[in-house]
Design a protein around this ligand. Structure first.
Ligand code: ADP
Ligand code: MG
Length: 452
């Protein structure tokens, strides 16, 4: 059966795509109408699912009509393998930090990411203060700033630094009871302790911690009983001379709905912020990741200027920057190509687009219905008369070219239309733009209005 399906897919998607994407798949089982395929990595799974999911389902159904869905997953024994260096799973290799000690029956600290160490943290102007403070706390000397409060926008390295502190402390002092958890997990534990009437256990558990790290504290804002408990835990630890490290998405004073007494407590220690990255730091981060990738994909070539281009274009968030690089290397290694500028632009088209100002489909729909003086409901609705259908096609055309949405998604946002309808509309406008000066002008005007 799988053999037949493979044959059909080979015919419909062509040999080179087949070799890159379909050949690595294995049909693992079919259960209750869901065909599950084993994929070597989650990257391949996502890619195949997005790009070929529909086709695979189509061909699978023509062989076994009872199949309703296809699913791609990494077999369990493979998914445990972390994506990056210094992360071989065997514990004894010495090069990697040991997991923090877990006291029996006590503190279930959240798992730490093995990649988040000081070694892998790239220091630049925007984060040097936060890094220095984290280093100091991690040196395990007498408690000097308490708490250490780290704040900054998404993806700037708060969690990375906290994990790095935890790794380093537990390496220096294996007996130290280091607990890292998110504010959300703190709340969850607190609520279940309440529910199971285990508040005594909860309290004594948290009071026995040597170093407590709570990530994303803004989460408990507005959650009154959790804040209350957090406040008491905090005080008990500080009074006992224990180190506390907290992160948030903004300065303590600016977190709304956080109790005043907690704010002032958080401000008592050292408050440092991670500034948005600059070009140098982004380039540095990319270079350090590339060094790692070279060990993973030896022989892969990287053209000059690619990293500079990425550092220039993807400015918001280090996570997105890293994701882009991972995808680029995975892609290049699969198709066995040099990473050129062209491949970069192709492979990352969506990321690059979305790091520009994003126009939304709603904005397009609003602008287009204004422009043609029709109602939004008619633009999206079922009527097929030309006065509505043409503007609708214009809007679909703009959605296709100005957003990173896929055709099926655009179809869905236009009253649940099929992706072929969208494709047809886009093509039609493409023709008209050439044939009809008025149309060309309309599109131009709409584009400019939307980009403004
Ligand atoms: P935050 O918790 O602030 O939202 P994270 O610590 O999760 O951000 O960082 C997001 C990603 O970016 C992580 O994979 C992290 O390793 C990486 N990262 C952020 N800053 C740096 C840096 N200075 N050096 C290396 N990697 C970084
Ligand atoms: Mg974080």
């Amino acid at each position: 059966q799988w053999g037949q399906l493979k044959q059909d897919l080979l015919k419909s998607i062509g040999k080179s795509n087949y070799k890159s994407w379909i050949e690595p798949l294995e049909l693992s089982h079919v259960e209750e109408g869901v065909a599950t395929f084993a994929v070597p990595t989650s990257f391949v799974g996502n890619y195949v699912s997005q790009k070929y999911g529909d086709q695979i389902l189509y061909h699978a159904r023509s062989i076994s009509p009872e199949i309703r869905r296809v699913h791609f997953s990494v077999p369990a024994n493979q998914s445990a393998r972390p994506a990056m260096a210094r992360a071989t799973a065997d514990a004894g290799s010495g090069a990697q930090p040991a997991a923090p000690a877990q006291r029996e029956g006590s503190m279930p600290t959240a798992p730490l990411d093995r990649r988040f160490t000081f070694d892998t943290f790239v220091v630049g102007k925007p984060n040097e203060l936060a890094h220095a403070a984290a280093k100091r706390v991690a040196s395990g000397g007498p408690v000097t700033f308490n708490p250490l409060f780290l704040y900054g926008g998404v993806g700037l390295g708060k969690t990375h630094l906290m994990h790095a502190i935890a790794w380093e402390l537990s390496q220096r002092q294996p007996d130290l009871n280091v607990v890292y958890l998110s504010a959300e997990q703190f709340m969850y534990r607190f609520v279940s302790a309440l529910r199971e009437r285990k508040m005594m256990d909860f309290k004594s558990m948290f009071r026995s911690v040597d170093v407590l790290m709570v990530d994303d504290v803004q989460f408990i804002a507005g959650k009154d009983s959790t804040q209350e408990e957090f406040f008491h835990t905090f005080n008990a630890l500080v009074d006992g001379g224990k180190q506390i490290i907290i992160s948030g998405d903004r300065a303590p004073g600016e977190i709304e709905n956080l109790e005043e007494r907690i704010k002032s407590r958080l401000q008592c220690g050292l408050v440092v912020d991670l500034h948005p990255t600059n070009y140098e730091l982004r380039l540095g981060i990319l270079q350090s990741k590339v060094e790692y990738y070279r060990t993973q994909y030896p022989g892969l070539l990287l053209a000059d200027g690619v990293l500079e281009f990425l550092a220039m274009r993807i400015t918001k968030n280090v996570r997105v920057l890293e994701g882009a690089l991972t995808r680029l290397f995975a892609f290049a290694s699969l198709v066995g190509h040099e990473i050129t500028m062209e491949l970069t632009q192709d492979c990352l088209a969506d990321v690059l687009r979305s790091s520009e100002r994003q126009v939304t489909i709603e904005e397009i729909q609003r602008q287009v219905s204004d422009h043609y003086n029709i109602r939004l409901s008619d633009l999206i609705g079922p009527k097929r008369v030309r006065v509505f259908a043409r503007p609708r096609q214009v809007a679909m055309y703009l959605a296709k070219h100005m957003t990173s949405r896929s055709l099926p998604e655009i179809g869905r946002r236009f009253g649940g239309r099929d992706h072929t309808t969208v494709m047809h509309g886009v093509r039609r406008i493409d023709e008209l733009r050439v044939a009809d000066a008025q149309m060309a002008e309309d599109i131009d005007m709409l584009r400019r209005a939307l980009e403004a």
